[in-house]
Design a protein around this ligand. Structure first.
Ligand code: FA5
Ligand code: MG
Length: 387
């Protein structure tokens, strides 16, 4: 990890870079640096997806089984590739445009200007294709600066799948390569959903990814809402071409493992995956897909509102990072509940923060102290005016 010596005060550029942790370090103007907070560093290497008794490990193994039995064990499995990757792997190799938002310091954790914590397992697609693999699954922890609620967490797990076809595969089908691959992809993932869930309400939604065309998302009905569980599509020809596969067509998908595991095991909050509380961990057993999580008594939430005048560099991801930096997993949700602009053109935001522990009751003093710390850090790091 490179550190930079500062030569001059640069308060303004700190915010341009997405603030928060960056402001604790010395930064040279225009030279981006590390924005990975301690909370995230402590998650590196935990590899929940490699624990056979953890819901994510159980799910990963069940998906492996589905592919083994339906594809004659053709799919090679990787689950130990390093989450620290180059910006080339994470973005350029999968054709993410130079100005795409996902590259910003607001959305991605940078170790230095050329190195990130992968924000998706697609970071490994191109390299594995170049090495000659044509059917593979990659599971790993991925990292994103994101909002705070029951289905979003800054570290989560994905499984990437890639399957390459040659003209022989589709020539007799009466379809062109692209529609053949798209139909095969949807059939494969619908089969997977049936294997995991039996009957479940699901729907396909058309979407956009820089690396696939056409692109789709699969949503599953869960807790009275449609929950997006995966993105997928037919791989852009350019990626195959660069991998030396000019005449081929391929599909690719990226599953959100927490989202699928929440549906499968009835896990109501994404923070639970990180719990070391026996009342959580003891409920899951290697190889057992049918288990439904029995929530231990739900402790009361506590709501705290805060209002401030925002500035041009304000972002919700920065706010969430500060809240998590102070409250850790005690922060359950951060939502904008009021937003207005006055005659002078100043914009005020009011956020409601929900604090709740999964494991115990929080005291008033404890919550008040968290909230005071959040207010203090927000004011100092984001340069906003509290109201
Ligand atoms: C991607 O990451 C693409 N790389 C997926 C892909 C792969 C598309 C290959 C095409 C081909 P997306 O950002 O939508 O796409 O994330 C994929 C899944 O990860 C989502 O559907 C969701 O299930 C899960 N996910 C996204 N953000 C979070 C989060 N903050 N917490 C938990 N799960 C998340
Ligand atoms: Mg998505």
């Amino acid at each position: 990890i490179r550190r930079h010596k500062s030569t001059q005060p640069i308060a303004a550029s700190l915010l341009e870079l997405g603030g928060v942790q960056i402001s604790k370090q010395d930064v040279v103007k225009d030279e981006p640096t590390n924005n990975v907070p301690d909370l995230i560093f402590t998650k590196l290497g935990l590899q929940l997806h490699r624990r056979d008794n953890h819901p994510l490990g159980i799910l990963k193994n069940a998906i492996h089984e589905y592919f083994d039995s339906n594809y004659n064990s053709q799919f090679l499995k990787f689950d130990d590739l390093c989450p620290i990757v180059t910006t080339k792997q994470n973005f350029d190799d999968v054709l993410v445009p130079a100005d795409h938002v996902s590259r910003s310091y607001n959305d991605t954790y940078y170790i230095d200007a050329d190195t990130v914590l992968r924000c998706h397992t697609s970071a490994h697609q191109a390299e594995l294709l170049r090495k000659g693999y044509t059917n593979f699954l990659v599971t790993g922890d991925v990292y994103r600066r994101d909002s705070i609620d029951s289905t979003h967490y800054p570290v989560f797990h994905q499984m990437e799948g890639v399957r390459v076809f040659s003209p022989n595969d589709w020539n007799d089908s009466g379809k062109d390569g692209t529609s053949y691959a798209a139909d095969d992809l949807k059939a494969c993932l619908e089969g997977l959903a049936r294997h995991l869930f039996g009957a479940v309400e699901m729907r396909w939604v058309d979407t956009y990814f820089p690396f696939t065309n056409p692109s789709f998302e699969l949503e599953i009905y869960f807790q009275e809402k449609w929950l997006e569980v995966l993105g997928c599509g037919v791989m852009e020809q350019e990626i195959l071409k660069r991998g030396g596969k000019t005449d081929n067509v391929a599909w690719a998908f990226g599953l959100g493992l927490e989202r699928l595991a929440m549906v499968l095991f009835d896990i109501p909050d994404i923070r639970l995956f990180w719990s070391t509380d026996k009342r959580f961990t003891s409920q899951f057993t290697k190889g057992q897909l049918g288990i439904k999580f029995k929530p231990f008594s739900k402790y009361p939430p506590c709501y705290k509102d805060m209002s401030f005048w925002i500035n041009d560099s304000f972002t919700e991801n920065n706010l969430c990072e500060i809240v998590r930096g102070v409250a850790g997993d005690l922060a359950e949700e951060v939502v904008l509940i009021d937003n207005f602009t006055n005659k002078k053109g100043m914009t005020s935001h009011c956020y409601r923060i929900t604090y709740r522990s999964m494991e115990r009751s929080l005291t008033d003093e404890e919550i008040n102290e968290l909230q005071w710390n959040v207010r203090d850090q927000v004011q100092r790091q984001m340069n906003v005016e509290l109201r």
